[in-house]
Structure formats: C-alpha cells, structure tokens
Design a protein around this ligand. Structure first.
Ligand code: HEC
Ligand code: HEC
Length: 363
C-alpha cells in the first residue's frame, strides 16, 4: 500500500517535472532584394518563438531592477531605436558617456557598440546594459537571482521560456539569446533609396540622385566608410567576410597630437594602439531623421551642421585650419558649395525608412 502510494506520488512528480515541449518554428527572413542573409550562430538558430520572447523582453521595464527602464526606453522604435538624448540615461539616473546607437540592421554589425572590436556577439553585448555598472543601465549587477526569479515567477514568461529553451529555464544565457534573436529581425531596407535600388527610378528626387553621385564620388568619398547596403564598412553577413573598421574623423585634438578627450578615446581603449585614438565605427546612415543628435557623443545636433563639418575637413580642420595627426586622410576639406550640401542632405533624407519606424512600436 505504501509502495503504491509512493509510486503514485512519483508518477505525479514525474508529470509535473516533465520537460516543457519545445516549439521551434524556423524563422524565415524577408530581406530587401540583393541583401545577404545575416549570420546566425549555428548552435542558436532563429525561431519564431525565440524572436517573440525576445521582443517581449526588449519592451519590458521589468528588465531593469527598479522596473523603470526597458531596452526600448533607450532604443525606442519610434526614434529608429534611439532615445533623442545627447547621451543615454540609465535606470538609476546615471549618464552614459555615449549616444544611443540605432539598432537598425544590427544583425550585420561586425562589431558592436561605437568602438569595441572585441564585442562581436549580440547575446554577449546584451550583458552590458543588464549588468554594467559604469554607468548603471538596467541595474542587475549583484541582483541576478532576483532577475531570474522575477521572470520565472511570471507564468507567461515561465511558459514561453519553457517552450523556447526547454529545461534551461531563465538564465543570462537564454535571456540574452532571446534578445539577440529579436534584435536580428530589426531589418531596415524599405527607404526611398531601397525602392530606387529595387528598380523604382521615381523613388529618388533629382537632388537625391545628385547627392548619391557626390556621396560615392572619389572627390567626396563618403562611401569609403559608409559603404554598401548597410552604409557602413563594419559589416558581416553570410558569404561576406567580416570587416572590422574604425575611423578617426577629426572631431577632437586636445593635445596637438590628435588626442580625443580623456573620457572617450574610441577603439584605443580596447587595443591600446596609438593609431586607434579617436577611432569609432561608421554608423549605418538609415533613419537619420529620427535619430538626432549624432556622433558617438551626441555632439552634432543637426545633419546640416555635420555636412558643414565634413566639408571643412573635420572639426579640427574647421577650428585649427589643419588636420589632426591621426584623422583619416579621407576626411579632408571638400569645399562643398551650398547646392552640393543640399544634394547630400537630400540623399541622406532618402535613407529614411518610415515603414521600419512605424512597424515596431510595441511588443
Ligand atoms: C540607458 C540606455 C540604454 C539601455 C537601457 C540599453 N541600451 Fe543598448 N545602447 C545604449 C548606448 C549608449 C549604446 C552605445 C554604447 C557604447 O558605444 O558604449 C548602446 C549600444 C547597443 C548595441 C550596439 C549597437 C551597434 O550598432 O553596435 C546593442 C546591440 C544594444 N545596445 C542592445 C541593447 C539591448 C538588447 C538592451 C536591453 C537589454 C539595451 N541595449 C539597453 C543605450 C542603452
Ligand atoms: C573615414 C571614414 C568616413 C568618411 C570618409 C565619412 N564618414 Fe561619416 N562617419 C564616420 C564615422 C567613424 C562616424 C562616427 C564618428 C564619431 O562618432 O566619432 C561617422 C558619422 C557620420 C554621421 C553621423 C551618423 C550618426 O548616426 O550619428 C553622418 C550623418 C555621416 N557620418 C555622414 C557622412 C557623409 C555625408 C560623408 C561624406 C561627406 C561621410 N560621412 C564621410 C566615418 C566616415
């Protein structure tokens, strides 16, 4: 009798502990014509369910310890995944030193953040806002068990984590893999420029067409760094060799030898090579209408101002009349006239993808 009761209990426990049924509907990309597929880790495939879980997490303020801030607070879809601030503001009120990057086409980024050649995996990057304490962003350093409990105690999350990750449950690993899967889906390729490339010759104004000529010309040469379909040379994709690139565009020279301000010296901080002083990743240039202010420190308020700076040969040239020792030779006085500047602005305006910005406003 006791043995039977025990057996019954064990069956019951077994039933309770039965692993959740994993549902893995393969993700199918809908990419703009001619774009290569993003690279996805072999051991972490994209699935419809994983993306949906990542989307929930991305928009959930409970992902910050004090429940005030989500990834989407800083990466707001209505601003093409930026925040409109000069530099970002963390959940506890600490200022970030840098401007929030757009996440448009981040699936193709060969390195993540403004200047870190070692940060190449989306799931790993998500640990920075979650756990970082200089500055605090989401505030989980030292409170990770509270994070796991908060999500596991929520029945809907528990069910979804079970359905995506089986018995792995809520961990930093599963959480960040789900976030990464969602982030990879943020493909922006339906701007007027993209329609033009796909064959709709009426999608660009004459001014924008002239602007594109300038953008890609040897004389102006923006496309050396803002290259290809992603408008950046720091790209990786299926069949496209990863290229990491960082450039000094002559914004600062605080010591006469090309130094950037102490608090942010770009890729130099990672490599310790003098040549990397002031070198940052070239941002993809889509959706700039929604992402002001610009540059790694948010120090350019408008695109017109930035075009003036490029035309002058960089801020350093603009102010000192000569280039910094370390700035890229591609950034040099261009002597653009008012018409050419307007044409470049018209081309940049054709890179605004209103469908992308309108599409993803909530979980
Ligand atoms: C407090 C505002 C803030 C929050 C919250 C935040 N981010 Fe960011 N994000 C930034 C800033 C600022 C940068 C640039 C960081 C740098 O260069 O050091 C950035 C950069 C990134 C990048 C690199 C993009 C690229 O093109 O290289 C990714 C990816 C990213 N964040 C994802 C996330 C995810 C996922 C979350 C939520 C877990 C999140 N962020 C939460 C402000 C924020
Ligand atoms: C030598 C490479 C290089 C060249 C040439 C270049 N850029 Fe850039 N661009 C960059 C880098 C790197 C940044 C970020 C710099 C920083 O924040 O310190 C940037 C930033 C920008 C931004 C700000 C985007 C944002 O999201 O903050 C715009 C707009 C821009 N460039 C447009 C242009 C135009 C137009 C031209 C041609 C006149 C041009 N660039 C030429 C490398 C380059």
């Amino acid at each position: 009798m006791r043995a039977e009761a025990l057996a019954a209990l064990l069956t019951l426990l077994g039933a309770c502990a039965r692993p959740p049924t994993v549902t893995a509907t393969p993700w199918s990309w809908s990419l703009p014509v001619g774009w290569p597929a993003p690279v996805v880790p072999d051991d972490d495939p994209m699935t419809v369910e994983k993306v949906a879980l990542g989307r929930l997490l991305f928009f959930d303020q409970r992902l910050s310890q004090n429940q005030t801030t989500a990834c989407a607070t800083c990466h707001d879809p209505a601003r093409a995944y930026t925040d409109g601030r000069t530099t970002a503001l963390g959940s506890t009120g600490q200022l970030h030193r840098r401007n929030t990057q757009s996440l448009a086409n981040v699936a193709y980024a060969s390195s993540l953040t403004w200047a870190n050649g070692q940060q190449t995996v989306l799931a790993h990057q998500a640990l920075v806002p979650l756990l970082g304490d200089t500055p605090v962003e989401l505030g989980w350093q030292g409170h990770q068990t509270e994070l796991f409990a908060r999500l596991s105690d929520d029945e809907a999350y528990a069910r979804r984590f079970g359905a995506v990750f089986g018995t792995e449950g809520v961990t930093l690993d599963t959480l960040t893999r789900a976030l990464a899967a969602f982030e990879r889906t943020l493909i922006s390729g339906t701007s007027p420029w993209d329609r033009f490339v796909a064959g709709d010759l009426s999608a660009l104004s004459d001014a924008a067409k002239r602007g594109h000529e300038l953008f890609t010309s040897d004389a102006v040469g923006c496309s050396h760094c803002h290259a290809g379909f992603a408008f950046t040379d720091a790209v990786v994709a299926v069949g496209v060799q990863a290229v990491q690139a960082f450039h000094n565009t002559g914004l600062y020279d605080v010591d006469g030898h090309g130094a950037y301000p102490e608090g942010d010296q770009g890729e130099l901080e990672i490599t310790n090579h003098a040549i990397d002083m002031g070198c940052f990743k070239a941002p993809g240039l889509r959706n700039l209408r929604f992402t002001a202010p610009y540059l790694h420190d948010g120090s350019a308020a408008t695109l017109a101002e930035l075009i003036d700076t490029y035309s002058a040969g960089g801020r350093v040239f603009q102010h000192l009349g000569h280039p910094s020792l370390l700035q890229s030779p591609l950034v040099r006085p261009l002597g653009l006239d008012a018409g050419q500047k307007a044409d470049l602005l018209a081309f940049l305006d054709a890179l605004n993808d209103e469908d992308f910005v309108a599409a993803q406003t909530s979980p």
